[in-house]
Design a protein around this ligand. Structure first.
Ligand code: HEM
Length: 392
């Protein structure tokens, strides 16, 4: 996917691509253009207000759960600011730091299970560490009961595959809504000290509660964004470090830290490749003869920005956590900047430190192979990463 993004980047500041539907959208892969458009009020996320083609979009469109969902993710201007403000304080650096002991305890438990495997045994680090860690943290925060976690995870995974037809799309989307409705029903019956229970209260004492349709989409956004992304950050970082053990030596020497590994992974392998969709509120002239017309859809290649040779002329595709400038846009930019960035960074640093400190001889099971990638232009990561925790 990075190769395809590099080819698009070389073609121009925006290039028309075909997405499932099919619909056509402008793909933006240059660092400077991503920065400019994500901060530009002439670009909106609100399909209902700014996408004239919306009425022709069929039910079951595979991008609908993301592009048309009704949370603050797809709102614009003041409406976005007001809705985001309600949940943002729960993800501030201070609140996230308070989650550290629980993140550490979960990482310890999962790494102990890996350490207990017999020498020479193979494990998939995505399933054994990255996924259960990120899933447990976000589900604990939102009070998802144990009996719903796996079913909800499977339903969220399914909607991220954009290659399905509308009939399958409808079935997958109905399944997701059923699971989220089950969660909401459970939380209405069992309110507790968690973020879902907070969302069920009216925003202000004199206001109406948020409609269920918006709550369901907000839960999908928060839980989905909470683990589908960070799972790839952790897995990609493990892969990069095992493929380049010289960087592990630098960590042991203290010349680089875990945050350098995390930021460099975000730069080279941004876990979110593209986010669909944004719309031009008016004509936008990007130069080089490219004009995005009012109402045209746009996808932003956040995962491609870190490899832009204009921004990083020195070996942009090369994983080097010791490089001084690791700037990336993996968490977005502008008003929709990732709400979970502090949490994702904490999870990744804790996971990596725990894994490599407890399993110093950890190795890739198939160093000569590249694992298959997740089938989605939205998510950037490996389907699995087989490791040998304790070589024989
Ligand atoms: C490595 C992990 C993560 C990456 C790479 C990532 C990436 C992103 C990106 C690129 C955006 C911007 C979307 C846009 O402007 O179109 C975003 C937004 C968002 N992220 Fe993350 N994210 C990660 C982890 C998380 C976590 C752990 C959570 C939940 C706690 C989360 C919640 C959100 C939310 C709610 C938004 C929407 C913000 C808004 O529209 O105002 N993310 N994320």
């Amino acid at each position: 996917m990075q190769e395809e993004a590099a080819a698009l980047r070389a073609k121009g500041p925006a290039v028309l691509v075909e997405l499932p539907g099919p619909i056509h959208a402008w793909s933006i892969t240059r660092h400077s253009v991503i920065q400019a458009l994500t901060g530009d009020p002439r670009v909106s996320r609100d399909a209902r207000r700014h996408w004239p083609d919306l009425p022709g979009i069929p039910a079951g469109w595979p991008l609908a759960p993301i592009a048309l969902q009704q949370s603050f993710f797809n709102s614009y201007g003041n409406e976005h600011r007001t809705a985001r403000r309600r949940i943002a304080p729960s993800f501030s650096p201070r609140r996230v730091e308070q989650m550290r002991p629980q993140v550490q305890a979960t990482a310890d438990r999962l790494v102990e299970q890996l350490a207990a495997l017999p020498p020479g045994a193979i494990a998939d680090v995505r399933q054994a560490l990255s996924l259960p860690l990120t899933m447990t943290v976000i589900c604990d925060l939102f009070g998802v009961p144990d009996h719903l976690r796996e079913k909800l995870g499977t339903a969220i995974d399914a909607v991220l595959d954009p290659s399905v037809d509308s009939e399958r799309g409808l079935a997958i989307q109905a399944e997701l809504m059923d699971r989220l409705t089950e969660l909401l029903r459970y939380k209405k019956q069992h309110p507790a000290a968690d973020l879902t229970s907070d969302l069920l209260l009216p925003p202000e004492p004199d206001q109406e509660p948020v409609p269920d349709a918006v709550l369901l989409d907000t839960l999908f956004l928060m839980i989905g964004a909470g683990y589908e992304t960070a799972v790839n950050l952790i897995t990609s970082a493990v892969q990069a470090l095992l493929a380049h053990p010289e960087h592990l030596a630098r960590i042991h020497e203290g010349t680089i830290g875990w945050e350098d590994v995390v930021e460099e992974t975000l730069r080279v392998e941004g876990p979110v490749m593209y986010v669909p969709l944004r719309y031009a509120v008016e004509d936008i002239d990007l130069g080089e003869g490219v004009v995005i017309r009012k109402g045209d859809p746009i996808i932003i290649g956040f995962g491609a920005a870190g490899r832009d040779p204009e921004r990083h002329p020195d070996r942009p595709e090369c994983f080097d956590p010791a490089r001084a400038d690791k700037e990336h846009l993996a968490f977005g930019h502008g008003p929709h900047f990732c709400l979970g960035a502090h949490l994702a960074r904490l999870e990744a640093k804790v996971a990596l430190a725990t894994l490599f400190e407890h399993l110093p001889d950890l190795a890739l099971a198939h160093p000569e192979e590249q694992p298959a990638r997740v089938r989605s232009f939205i998510v950037n990561g490996a389907v699995s990463l087989e490791i040998v925790p304790r070589p024989a």
